[in-house]
Design a protein around this ligand. Structure first.
Ligand code: SF4
Length: 361
């Protein structure tokens, strides 16, 4: 496989769950491709479908889930493959890092044994060689005194260190893809930075492709090459990290940016412009754009027609918004208002401005 070929291809992935109250449409048409060494950040609020998308990729959804579309790993279709084959891929060619490291670590075994076991599961090496590799991996993850600490149990490590042990385990088999689902969410900011550095070390050492799933656009800023923003189960914006941060073309992305504290020169201490309201129920999606009830830019068409992701003026940058071109040059504070103000008033102002300027687009 050449470095330019996609190692992971997700195409029009859909996932729904039948419930007593009806069908929950958790993922509605996600597509992306990942090449070796590339990092894709998937960003969205809880319930946006970002984690369900990756659970589908890893074959970890419950049997009741209805899955459509295609997930190809090195050209091989994964949807519908037997559990045994998926188990062999997981932990081997596709490694996972979850929010809670204790999901992956066994509390009753020393961490060195657990990493060594992962090494031996997929490599024909002796127990002594596997233990040596475990110590090397702990050292690479900047665990102090790695030979000694390899004998310690998970509870003897801090939360951030435990997560680095999980990343060391994920690296044990030089995976082709690392999927990290909210790996820094439970950690404070300094420890978050250490875990992100550990993930970058793992990616660089293995040249794996990485999917970094987070609710925090700030987390992917320095870590991702491309960013996929999800809302109500749909991809609403996809682009290079600079496209997403400097020229967002979907109001939801702009709103997420406005919710981040600014630390750059000249903007430090600026007032945040959070997005009012909450995401829609996936059981009962409104017709039209699912972001419309929260969007200060909404107009009549938004209430009836859901926008498809379409190319913007920048190559590789897609946005799902009827008025994405209107966002050019806009800052969050130009579109979103402080939470004490009513977005509906702002939408009315926007419509009035358009009318004054010669009619809505
Ligand atoms: S399509 Fe309409 S409601 Fe949806 S994000 Fe764009 S302007 Fe807002």
């Amino acid at each position: 496989m050449s470095e330019h070929e996609a190692v992971l291809q997700v195409e029009d992935l859909t996932v729904s769950f039948p419930t007593e109250d009806g069908l929950v449409r958790a993922v509605r048409g996600v597509s992306y491709e990942l090449r070796r060494g590339e990092v894709l950040g998937i960003v969205g609020e809880s319930g946006s479908g970002k984690s369900v998308t990756s659970m589908a990729v890893m074959g970890l959804l419950p049997a009741s889930a209805r899955i459509g579309g295609s997930v190809r790993f090195r050209g091989q279709e994964l949807i519908g493959v037997p559990d045994k084959r998926m188990r062999a891929l997981r932990g081997g060619r596709i490694a996972m890092v979850f929010q809670d490291p204790m999901t992956s670590l066994n509390p009753v075994y020393p961490v060195g044994d657990q990493i060594a076991e992962a090494v031996r599961a997929h490599n024909d090496v002796s127990a002594a060689q596997a233990r040596e590799r475990a110590v090397e991996l702990l050292a690479l993850m900047q665990i102090p005194r790695p030979r000694e600490r390899a004998r310690d149990y998970p509870h003897q490590f801090s939360g951030g260190m435990r997560q680095r042990v999980v990343i060391a385990t994920a690296m044990a088999n030089s995976p082709d893809v690392i999927i990290a689902d909210e790996p820094t969410t439970a950690l404070d900011v300094t420890v978050q930075a250490q875990v992100l550095r550990a993930l970058e070390t793992a990616r660089a050492a293995t040249d794996a492709a990485m999917v970094l799933i987070t609710h925090d656009l700030g987390v992917v800023a320095g870590a991702a090459d491309r960013v996929l923003v999800m809302y109500a189960g749909r991809p609403v914006e996809l682009g290079g990290v600079d496209d997403i941060y400097y020229t967002p073309r979907m109001p939801y992305t702009l709103g997420l940016l406005g919710s981040l504290p600014r630390l750059d020169d000249g903007r430090r201490g600026e007032r945040l412009t959070p997005i009012a309201g909450s995401p829609p129920s996936l059981l009962d999606l409104p017709p039209g754009c699912p972001f419309a009830p929260r969007c200060p830019m909404r107009q009549a068409i938004c209430e009836t027609t859901e926008p498809e992701p379409v190319a913007t003026s920048e190559p590789g940058h897609l946005a799902a918004c009827h008025f994405s071109a209107d966002l050019e040059g806009k800052r969050p504070e130009d579109v979103f208002v402080p939470s004490s103000d009513d977005p509906a008033d702002h939408a009315a102002d926007h419509a009035a401005d358009d009318a004054a300027a010669g009619g809505a687009p």
